[in-house]
Design a binder for this molecule. Sequence first.
Ligand code: OGA
Ligand code: MN
Length: 212
Amino acid sequence: MNFDEDIFEECCEMLAQRHYAVIDHFLTSQEVSDLLVGLENKYTQKKFKKAGVGQDEDLQVDAQVRGDFIYWIDPEKDFEIKRRFVPCMNGFMDYVKKEFFLPIKDYEMHYSVYPEGTYYQRHLDQFKKDDSRVLTFICYLNFSWAAKYGGALRLYTKEDDKERYVDILPEAGRFVCFRSDLLEHEVLPTQRVRYSLSGWMLNRKRSLKFLK
Ligand code: OGA
Ligand code: MN
């Protein structure tokens, strides 16, 4: 994991120019393997839940919209995360705050598993009654991913008022970051089980209800 401020700077430059950033080799193979160990532990302990859409009383579980299973990570407790990932993200959060004067106070994150054949329809990472997500970040954990497996993250962008998109494969070590309030995106149907860690920088303290 790269604590190098050059990487943070590169990421912020990309964010400033086009509202998203993609950094390859953000995690080393060893770090990806360590995170996968954590993920698989929770998965075999049946701690993952079918992901929903919306929040609190609006929460709905609908496999037509998204087919992934998630586990909310406790950054203070989950061992594999605490050791290296948390210090790195704290550094990144401080850097981003300084660079953009964004009102970021905390972050929340979960592991995701997309079984074969699942996807996540086009959406924005904000809830109807809650605009606390400022930046989305995702680390991909899939070694030797090939385009034919599908499962790309499709990010919709605007250039000269025309809609375009970029497809980003969920290759191990790759880090993607984008403005949660601006960029719609989707996960295209995957032909293989697809692992990732998704997180959000928040303009409030994270809620503990996720950690049950
Ligand atoms: C999400 C999401 C994209 C991805 O969890 O909200 O859009 O590539 N994930 O996993
Ligand atoms: Mn999303």
